[in-house]
Design a protein. Structure first.
Length: 298
């Protein structure tokens, strides 16, 4: 019953929507959570037998597990996507999730670093170590171009167009975009490439990957996360910092400087401008802070 439907769903997500393996796995987990709930409640229903009432009871159940509203909403989104797929394939006659409501999620403004904090953090990189120039080049590129960490670790040498001042990035859903790259990032990439990268023994299949580990293979996202955490500690920056903080800082600094929101959306690779609009809210917070700090009336 469920196995065939889930298998078809995963194929649809991969071939029709070009989603990454991690995203497909997350969708599968959402559906499996529903199947486990039905078994636990002694309701061995086929997908076409599931009603809105069962789904509402499932939503109430996951709420009792102590999940955040964001986590609950993500699971419900996965369930909705699954049943829309079944409807598209004529495996069900009606979509039981049509009236299913998710908990309201309060939009949280992301942490970001000031330009001075960015420079301070990057300045902690030890260039005397073999990986020093590589790490500096990674951070400069992530901040210069607003890259996701997955985009940074998969950046290809053949996608660097330094003479034109652009790089080509493969983002979510295998979508490509061209992003301008700053002179500082170009300089540090060239230093890393000439001093280290071109002399490395490269693992088969990783020949075109720019940033490599000591074994000549692509870096993992976890390695970048740990590196940034260590540097933030050395810089004594007491904020919640992750690789995504560089992307948030990139967008925030552009919006603060008066950049066109559509241009920021294009560079970030957001499908909807609604996603990018969070930075206008963040910018308002910045303006309020400036008023409170400098205006005598505040």
């Amino acid at each position: 019953m469920w196995d065939a439907a889930i298998k078809g769903f995963k194929i649809h997500l991969k071939l029709e929507r070009s989603l990454s393996a991690n995203t497909i796995e997350a969708y599968e987990r959402d559906v499996l959570a529903l199947t486990r709930y039905l078994v636990m409640e002694n309701k061995p229903l086929a997908p076409e037998e599931v009603t809105l009432a069962e789904l509402q009871a499932f939503v109430q159940w996951i709420a009792t597990l102590g999940m955040t509203a964001t986590s609950q909403s993500r699971i419900i989104s996965g369930i909705k996507t699954f049943f829309r797929f079944l409807l598209l394939q004529d495996m069900i006659k009606a979509d039981p999730t049509q009236l299913l409501e998710a908990p309201k999620v309060r939009r949280k403004l992301p942490d970001f670093l000031s330009f001075e904090e960015i420079e301070l953090l990057i300045g902690q990189v030890d260039l005397s170590k073999p990986e020093g120039h590589r790490n500096k080049a990674i951070l400069e590129t992530m901040y210069s171009c607003g890259l996701r960490v997955s985009e940074a670790v998969s950046l290809q040498i053949s996608h660097l167009y330094f003479s034109e001042g652009f790089i080509r990035v493969i983002g979510k859903g295998n979508k490509e975009r061209l992003i301008p790259i700053g002179s500082s990032a170009i300089k540090h990439i060239e230093l890393y490439y000439e001093g280290t990268r071109r002399h490395m023994a490269v693992k088969k299949g990783h020949e075109d990957i720019l940033f490599l580990n000591r074994r000549g293979a692509a870096l993992s996202r976890v390695m970048i996360f740990l590196m940034i955490k260590e540097l933030a500690g050395k810089a004594q920056i007491n904020k919640t910092i992750s690789p995504h903080t560089f992307r948030h800082s990139f967008a925030t600094h552009l919006v603060e400087g008066g950049a066109d929101l559509v241009a920021v959306q294009e560079m970030l690779g957001h499908e909807s401008i609604t996603t990018t609009e969070i930075y206008t809210h963040l910018n308002r917070e910045y303006l309020r802070d400036m008023l409170q700090q400098y205006h005598p009336g505040f």
